[in-house]
Ligand binder design. Structure first.
Ligand code: FES
Length: 388
């Protein structure tokens, strides 16, 4: 390649000399209007990542004998942020003296979020879900985190053909994924196997049939273990059944349901030797350990300028201990993965739940823990940030 050599000429010297006076002149001639208070980038960032949102329950309806659908709007009147179908939102509830949160997969589509509506479906299966299914009333207000989580389709990682397997209330993220596909916001071929014991335990059957009717890329297979029903397969989601509707070897799998379903499906898929990245499981919350007569320890907790001393049981996570004491500790996934509860360990012995240690190497090295998956083995002392 030929380059034309140019000497550093007289004109360049002149321009350089005039640089500062020219700039001063231009600044002096510029408009005297004040700078904007907020830049467009910041406005957009705030829309996409509002952090915590105050929300109000606007509608509630039963879906099955144990699952209740809850619809929310933002108290400030803003739209919910756009999210990836399959993600969850964590909702915080005050029950008695406890301030507790739980993550729930979002049922509604990302487009509905922009229209100001966000829908969750909660199964009555625990402390918080019991409250939300039995006691929460239209008009009640809560604090909700922005949508989060890695359980969603990723173009660069996943095959265009996805097989989704839902068990019971595990249908929730797939409702959003199916709606997002029907809205034209996602581009995959989705085969959904929806397992339940009986037909009356299938939530959203009518909605799924409507989505299938308007979306060519969506196929739904209902699978009932305990009864025969027209339009449903009988039995379990076996590899043989999956082969009838999808090509297992070339698909990416998304599983959401109880642990027994994960164990069963993974055994069925084992002969195909799929790469690890081809099977995604929605991570459940880290619960109590099965310990008989759990020991009672003392947890000393630093939160900004305050120091709290609270009881902590051997079989419960540090996060549960803090919530029971009514302390506002940050958390989102409660499964060790998001790092939102990231806190500094100061003293004491602890145990991290098996397979849940999502800490980075540096965090482990410099003594940080995720209280949502950490159980005390002695009295402990930690430093925790305030949620909001
Ligand atoms: S809440 Fe996500 S890692 Fe603890």
């Amino acid at each position: 390649m030929n380059f034309k050599k140019q000497p550093f000429g007289f004109m360049d010297m002149l321009r350089f000399k005039k640089l500062v006076p020219n700039r001063r002149k231009m600044l002096a001639e510029g408009p005297n209007t004040p700078l904007p208070q907020e830049y467009r980038t910041n406005t957009l960032a705030k829309k996409l990542h509002p952090g915590y949102m105050r929300v109000e329950l606007t509608a509630a309806r039963p879906l099955t004998g144990t699952i209740r659908e809850l619809t929310f709007r933002r108290v400030d009147g803003e739209a919910f942020p756009f999210f990836r179908a399959g993600q969850y939102a964590s909702i915080q509830v005050k029950i008695g003296d406890s301030l507790v949160s739980r993550p729930y997969s979002i049922v509604s589509s990302p487009r509905q979020a922009l229209a100001g509506e966000l829908v969750l479906a909660v199964e009555n299966a625990g402390f918080v879900s019991g409250y939300l299914t039995q006691k929460a009333q239209v008009g009640d207000r809560f604090v909700m985190t922005e949508p989060s989580g890695e359980f969603h389709y990723e173009t660069l990682r996943d095959s265009r053909s996805i097989v989704c397997i839902a068990g019971g209330s595990g249908i929730t993220p797939f409702m959003s994924m199916a709606a997002s596909l029907a809205d034209g916001d996602e581009d995959y071929q989705m085969t959904l196997f929806y397992g339940a014991r009986t037909a009356d335990q299938l939530a959203y059957r009518a909605e799924l049939d409507q989505l299938t009717a308007r979306c060519k890329g969506l196929k739904v297979v209902y699978v009932l273990s305990d009864e025969e029903c027209p339009g449903c397969e009988k039995g379990f989601v076996t590899a043989k059944l999956m082969e009838q509707y999808a090509d297992i070897a070339s698909s990416t799998f998304f599983l959401c349901g109880p642990q027994a379903m994960y164990d069963f499906v993974e055994k069925e898929l084992a002969p195909y030797a799929l790469p690890k990245k081809a099977v995604h499981r929605d991570a459940g919350c880290c619960g109590d350990l099965p310990v008989e007569n759990p020991a009672k320890f003392t947890l000393t907790m630093h939160m900004r300028d305050e120091v709290y001393t609270i009881p902590a049981l051997q079989n419960e996570t540090l996060l549960t201990a803090m919530e029971r004491a009514g302390l506002n500790a940050p958390n989102k996934c409660r499964a060790g993965g998001c790092g939102f509860c990231h806190s500094k360990w100061l003293a004491g012995e602890y145990h991290v739940a098996e397979g849940r240690d999502g800490r980075r190497e540096a965090d482990r090295k410099f003594g940080f823990i995720h209280p949502c998956v950490t159980y005390p083995l002695s009295d402990m002392e930690i430093d925790v940030p305030v949620a909001y």
